[in-house]
Write a protein that binds this ligand. Structure first.
Ligand SMILES: NC(=O)c1ccc[n+]([C@@H]2O[C@H](COP(=O)([O-])OP(=O)(O)OC[C@H]3O[C@@H](n4cnc5c(N)ncnc54)[C@H](O)[C@@H]3O)[C@@H](O)[C@H]2O)c1
Length: 270
């Protein structure tokens, strides 16, 4: 194992599940000390114990990213334990399957607070620590919904466009302190969020099969597929990269075809 994050401390929101959990585990394997921030305390504690059980350093800090005070306390708690902060990964997110007219203002505001405003809070309260390093990193988790509308998820789509815009803005404004900020945009990824979303449809298996027809690679991404790209943007392997988006979608956005499985090569291929 390369230990690319030896000596680094990372604060990761949404670290109790899915992509955030996979990122925390991978970062710990690579030598980072990880602060795990999540509302799901039981699951967060389990991830902390699993990382420690494999010889890594982790601290679960209960956190509702919609609350400024909660984000501040979770970042402070991480720094108090590990003595510094070099990497912030904003991964916590929620999705609602709902048409725009079905929202009420509180639900809209809550989704935006979790998916977007949380990044503002983490930047504000991590800044003093990040700027004390020669180099620091922020990775925000966008989505293919940072580029295209997906049916029945208007607030989520708006929030993920905002995550990409905010990432570019942070990259521009804070480059002078050595911070690189990028956005990882996953496609269909097999996590509890995806399963929950699919189970709201009449036939979850059929919905997934139909959606995967759109994916040239023909499979859902794994949380680890996404974590590897977050790692790349959180170390000097990506030196020189800032203000960009890295789409990890199995080719979804590259395809104009609805049924990519019907795109075949000639049988006499050399
Ligand atoms: N799964 C996909 O197909 C997919 C695709 C594109 C983007 N994403 C994005 O990836 C990120 C991670 O999603 P996932 O698929 O791993 O989902 P997940 O539901 O498995 O994990 C999300 C985590 O965020 C936490 N969380 C939710 N609200 C929170 C809050 N207010 N404060 C703190 N933590 C909170 C949850 O407890 C959970 O642990 C999200 O931003 C999501 O929008 C997921």
């Amino acid at each position: 194992m390369s230990r690319r994050l030896e000596g680094q401390t990372a604060w990761i929101s949404g670290a109790a599940s899915g992509i955030g959990e996979a990122t925390a585990r991978l970062f710990a394997e690579e030598g980072a000390r990880v602060g795990l921030a999540d509302v799901h305390a039981e699951r967060g504690g389990e991830v902390e114990r699993a990382i420690r059980g494999s010889g890594g350093e982790a601290l679960f800090v209960p956190c509702d990213v919609a609350s400024e005070e909660s984000v501040r306390a979770a970042i402070e708690g991480t720094v108090r334990r590990f003595g510094g902060l070099q990497i912030v990964v904003n991964c916590a997110g929620v999705v609602h399957g709902r048409l725009l007219h079905e929202y009420d203002a509180e639900e809209w505001d809550r989704l935006m607070a979790v998916n977007v405003r949380s990044i503002f809070f983490s930047m504000k309260h991590a800044l003093a620590y990040l700027r004390s390093n020669e180099r620091s990193y922020m990775v925000n988790i966008g989505s293919i919904s940072s580029f295209v509308g997906q049916a029945g998820t208007p607030a989520y789509t708006a929030s993920k466009f905002a995550v990409l815009g905010l990432s570019r803005s942070i990259a521009l404004d804070y480059a002078a302190i050595g911070l690189r900020c990028n956005c990882v945009c996953p496609g269909i990824t097999d996590t509890p969020m995806l399963r929950h979303h699919l189970h709201a449809t009449a036939d979850p298996a059929a919905t997934l099969t139909t959606r995967l027809h759109r994916v040239p690679m023909g499979r859902a991404l794994t949380p680890d597929d996404i974590a590897r790209s977050v790692l790349y943007l959180s170390c000097e392997d990506s030196a020189g990269v800032t203000g960009t988006s890295l789409t990890v979608d199995g080719g979804y956005l590259a395809a104009a075809e609805w049924e990519t499985s019907k795109v075949t090569l000639p049988s006499d291929l050399p």
